[in-house]
Every structure is written in C-alpha cells, then in structure tokens.
Design a protein around this ligand. Sequence first.
Ligand code: NAD
Length: 483
Amino acid sequence: MTRTIQNYVDGGWVDASPGASIPVHDPATGQLLAHCPDSTAADVDMAVRAARAAFDEWRSTPVLVRAQFMHHFKVMVEERFEDIAQIVVREHGKTMDEARGEVRRGVESIDFAMSVPVLMRSDGLEDISSGIDETTVRQPAGVFAAITPFNFPFMVPLWFLPTAIACGNPFILKPSPQTPLSAELLFELLDELDLPEGVVNLVHGGVPSAAALMEHPEVTGVSFVGSSPVAKIIYQTCTRNGKRVQAQGGAKNYIAVMPDANIQASVSNILGAAYGCAGQRCLAAAVAVGVGDAYDQLKDELAKQVSELKVGYGLDETTQMGTVISADAKQRIESMIAQSQAEGADIVVDGRGLQVAGYEDGAWVGPTLIAGVRPNTLMATEEVFGPVLSLMKAADFDEAVDIINQSRFGNAASIFTSNGRHAREFKYSVNAGNIGVNIGVAAPSASFPFGGQKDSFFGDLHGQGMDSIEFYTERKIVIERWV
Ligand code: NAD
C-alpha cells in the first residue's frame, strides 16, 4: 500500500488528522509515489502552538549558535545533494541537472543565513542630546510561515526557512501538495540537525492548511510564492488579519532581442530560459520580442534548435527537457496552444501530443514555438507555465519597451544587445523586478532581494537579501541616559 506522508511538529513526525489526501505522482512514469495529507486547521494549530512555545528559548539562543546550526545544515545538504536532486526529479519531472541547480541555489540561501550575526547587527548614535545615546536593536518577530509552490520544491522553502530561523523565529512550512517529498527530505535533515523542538515545523496540505495559517492569531507573518491570483488572496487575507506578508506571484517574462545582438548567443540563452524546467519557472522566458531584422533571424534559428531538444525522463542524464507537472497541466497548456492558433498565431514547433517511448503515462508537452503573436492576445498576456515560447515583432526599441510594459506582470525582463545606450534605457524604463542584460534568466543571488512588480508581487519587502532580514525582525529603538 502506498504510504501517506506525515507532518513534522514539535520535533517529531506525526500523522495529520484523518481525512482526504492528495495523490503524489511521478509525472514522467505516472507512478503513485505517496499520498499527501490535506491537513486541517487543528493540525495547523498544533504546529503553531509548538512554534510559539519554542519562541522564547530560540530567540535567546545566542546568534552565533543559531548561525552554527546553519553551518551544520549546509554540510548535511551537501552530503545528501544527489539524493535530494533525485527526489526533486521524481516528484517534479525536471532533469537531473536542473534539480542539481535547484539544490545548489538552496544551499546559497543557507550560506546567506549563516551570516546572520552580521546581518542582524544594527546601529546607534551617541549624544543625540547631551548625554543621551540612541541605538537600534533587531529582534526576532515571532512565528513565521511559508506557503510554497510545486516548481522548486526544495529551493523555494530555503528562500525563507534558514533566514527566518537564523533570525530567531520559529517556522512552519506548508509546501505544495503536488511536490511534498522534497520538503519531507528537507525536514529529515532538519530533524538530524537537532534544533530545539518546535523551531521548525512542516504541515502538508492544500487550501485548508494555508487558510488556517493565515487566520491563526499566533502567526506573525507569511511568505508566499505561487500564482498571482493566489498571491493576491494571500496578501489580502494576511493584511486583513494584521500579519506581515510577502506574496510573490506569477509572471510573463519578455526578452527583447535587438538587431545588434549576437544572435547565436541570444538564442542559446533564450532556449535555456524558455524550456529549462519545461518552462515551469517564474523567471521563464515567455515572449521573445525580435526588433527589426532580429525577428526573422530569431524565428529561423529558434525553429531549428527547439525541435532538436531531447525530451525525456529526468533521471536519464542525456535528457534536455522533462515533463510538465501533471496531466491537468498538460491539458491546460495544450488547450492554450490551440487557443493561440485559433487567434491566428503561427505554431512553428508544436509540442502537443508528444509521446516518449517507455513513458506512455507521462505528462509530456514538447517544446513549442509560436510566431506572429500579437499584443493583447492570449500568448502575450497570460502565464502559460509550460514549454511554450512566443515570438512578437517590434519595429524598434521603443515599441519593444511599450509591448513589455503593457504586461500586467512584472517579474523579469531581459534585453540582448551590444548597445550600451539601449541597455541603460531598458534598465531605466522597463517595469519589472528583475532585469537581465544579455542574460536569459535574471535570477537574483541569495544576498539580493527577489520579487517582481505589478501583479507579480504583493507586499513591500521581497524575499532574500536584506529585505528578508527586515521581514523577519522587529526593530526597536533604545534611547538611554545614565546620570
Ligand atoms: P499555486 O498558486 O497554485 O500554489 C502555490 C501554493 O499556494 C501551494 O502551496 C498551494 O497549496 C497554495 N494555494 C493554492 N490555492 C490557494 C488558496 N486559494 N488559498 C491559499 N493557498 C492556496 O502555484 P503553483 O501552481 O504551485 O506554482 C506555480 C506558480 O508559482 C506560477 O504562477 C509561477 O509563476 C509562480 N512562482 C512564482 C515565483 C516568484 O518568485 N514570483 C517563484 C516560483 C513560482
């Protein structure tokens, strides 16, 4: 019988309340890997109580000791690096190299959290008035939670958990029920780390557990990563309940290619950006805007190279692109391609109906290239979250920027050019949180904040970097006079 995974609460593994569960499949083989419990408000309450009870001891644990835990944690992740990558491949369907990249990025977030003795330091000023000194101290703010998506099941939790706990806050993770096994392995490592009980907690499930975290009076703040409609709900619910919230949403990332760009280098970057992780990245390239002559060159070169990508099982090291997350996702993506065709776009490479020999039950969508996409049509406006790259044409740089800025999303945008003035103008005027110049995936490293603009982000302090230290701490001002 297939096992039902457990929650991790107060330093031990516990069953969630009996009830519904969510099947977890390997999207390439269709194999049922486990059942994920749909935890209830009572399960969440148990985790929040454990976290709250751990707070006083944990916040007074010396900051150097908290940093030391992060050193040990990093070593453990490095030791299990390949096992983690394999779990990510099995439950998500990406390639081994992509999974290794994900784990590496996760480790970088642990590295960042190790620096907490420096990052949490504050400042002060003597003699703000005669004999009076004023200082700022940063204190941990309370119990924090993160609600995370399916697409980077190991990395995204690490954008939050290490920094939150290194700052002295207990933490609760609610991962995606589509990919809960990477989180399970993450907590097996945290269990070996021997943190005080209740400092880290894992509650599996879908909407009921997420809602309970947002309603719980003892939760101080929530970090969210997922689609924009849900990000908006999370932001509104958390603010209504008086909580801190950072809600990173969906995306429609544009790449402008200027006629003066190195086309070969641009195409190779765009291929990785559009089809890496089968397009299931919030930083995936969704639309390439060819400016002037660049359009035809891009279309010809991409058409050739896209159809050569090797799609297959992620554990096969020769695979260049894996599956999408589920049969439902496959159906949604294929119907979006059909809709775009009905709108008059030209399907240059069609990934619909792809079969991979030996994996007949897999959620395969082949890499798809759509040309002649017009503004205000489906492919120009809606997030596909699959291996679909659209091509649009712009007469000049200004028109390309106009097309990009019409999007309601603003997660990332890139330009490929050899002209410094255009690069500068692009950085200056494009409304997106992450800008790439001759870079396909503009992913901020762990010491920089990561978040979009417009419908791609709800809140003010982003994840990662100094923003995360602000988010996870409370600043207190002390004004002293000793007579
Ligand atoms: P999703 O929004 O469906 O789910 C994300 C999380 O929210 C999951 O844990 C899910 O259980 C929970 N959830 C779903 N509906 C909810 C509701 N009504 N109330 C409370 N919680 C709810 O996203 P997904 O399909 O797992 O992930 C893909 C999306 O995530 C894409 O839109 C992608 O662009 C986005 N994403 C954004 C970033 C970023 O940094 N901006 C990073 C990765 C992924």
